[in-house]
Design a protein around this ligand. Structure first.
Ligand code: COI
Length: 355
């Protein structure tokens, strides 16, 4: 990963910034976008010269394959600003590798590394005023690829657009998070593409999640599609349990997203000497632990959600509350992670990437 920019990017700047209209103290996650966006089209077997243009609507043929067959993948990343106005990203090479792994599974051509990093850096520098310093403020970055070829033939497309849009963000979940363990619907199946950040993986969650919302839960905890006996991940996050002082999470598989926050927490835990158990988690173990008082914490981890403590969870009509504890792992991980992301602590892992 080089820091100089070598990609020729055609830049066309907006002549009217929207930034003055934005209330940065009261942001709804994912609703406000910066002044510019990055776009690079793929046709005739090559990614063409990338462009940065004013943020705005796209014109696409109604038969574009993305609309019919869901050939679309995306990433979620963040940029942070420290008190010297320096901008940082967190492990961006992981996002780059993952979007190409997702693309490969959906027959989308891989995107060149230099275009990805040069596009990101140029866009962040152009829209740097949108990144506000201060803990909890960030710029959520959404790279994505869609199949644009006009045809309803059910085949992978020959034409694509790779884009990056950016949205100033504060927290993803406002308020308490309660999760319901799902034993009927599945998020993904063995041999499927649950590990990919594919648009369809999220669309399929909305209906069962709405059923859970009707019962007062914000998200589902997904279980394995074969037996529904093992815990996999939560809606937009990987999920962690603290039983006594052991940190537990499910192993990555082709059904589970290989979360960057997840893997970072596991490395931090290792460094801190926290006992970690990454192995299949039976629902029954969690219920027993909740009943006998050894379940101390549950939390979700993801780019958008950061670390989200779980207030309680539901299973087969019973609700289990998790009492807040002092010296929680969730708070410790959140602070450790954010200190690295916001350039407040030494980064012994080499995760921070200066833009
Ligand atoms: C992220 O954490 O970046 C995600 O992709 C979750 C998203 C669906 C908001």
């Amino acid at each position: 990963m080089k820091n100089s920019i070598s990609t020729p990017i055609e830049i066309s700047k907006t002549n009217r910034s929207k930034i003055e209209q934005v209330d940065f103290e009261n942001l709804n996650f994912g609703k406000t976008f910066t002044d510019h966006m990055f776009i690079c089209n793929y046709a005739n077997g090559v990614w063409e010269t990338p462009k940065i243009i004013p943020y705005g609507p796209l014109t696409l043929d109604p038969s574009s394959r993305v609309f019919h067959y869901g050939q679309a993948v995306f990433e979620g990343m963040k940029a942070y600003k420290d008190e010297h106005d320096d901008i940082f990203m967190f492990r961006p090479e992981e996002n780059f590798n993952r979007i190409n792994a997702s693309a490969k599974r959906l027959c989308i051509p891989e995107f060149p590394e230099a275009y990805f990093f040069d596009g990101l850096k140029t866009l962040l520098e152009l829209d740097s005023d949108w990144i506000k310093p201060g803990y909890g403020n960030s710029l959520y970055i959404r790279p994505f690829v869609i199949a644009t070829e006009a045809s309803v033939l059910a085949l992978e497309a020959d034409e694509y657009s790779f884009m990056i849009i950016c949205s100033p963000a504060q927290s993803y979940y406002a308020g308490e998070v309660n999760l319901l363990i799902e034993e009927k619907y599945s998020r993904s199946a063995s041999g499927g593409f649950g590990y990919a950040k594919a648009a369809g993986n999220y669309a399929g969650q909305f209906y069962p999640t709405n059923l859970a919302k009707d019962k007062g839960y914000q998200q589902l905890i997904w279980t394995d599609s074969n037996t529904h006996e093992y815990i996999e991940e939560a809606g937009t996050m990987n999920v962690f349990f603290r039983i006594n002082d052991t940190l537990r999470t499910a192993p990555i598989s082709d059904r589970i997203l290989d979360g960057i926050t997840r893997k970072s927490l596991l490395e931090i835990a290792k460094r801190e000497g926290i006992t970690v158990d990454v192995s299949p988690i039976r629902i029954s173990e969690i219920i027993t632990a909740a009943e006998n008082g050894t379940l101390k914490e549950v939390f979700g981890a993801g780019t958008a959600a950061v670390i989200s403590p779980v207030k309680g969870f539901g299973h087969q009509g019973t609700h289990y509350d998790i009492e807040p504890i002092e010296n929680s792992y969730a708070s410790f991980f959140k602070k450790t992670l954010m200190d690295i992301q916001y350039n407040k602590a030494e980064d012994t892992f080499g995760w921070r990437y200066k833009v």
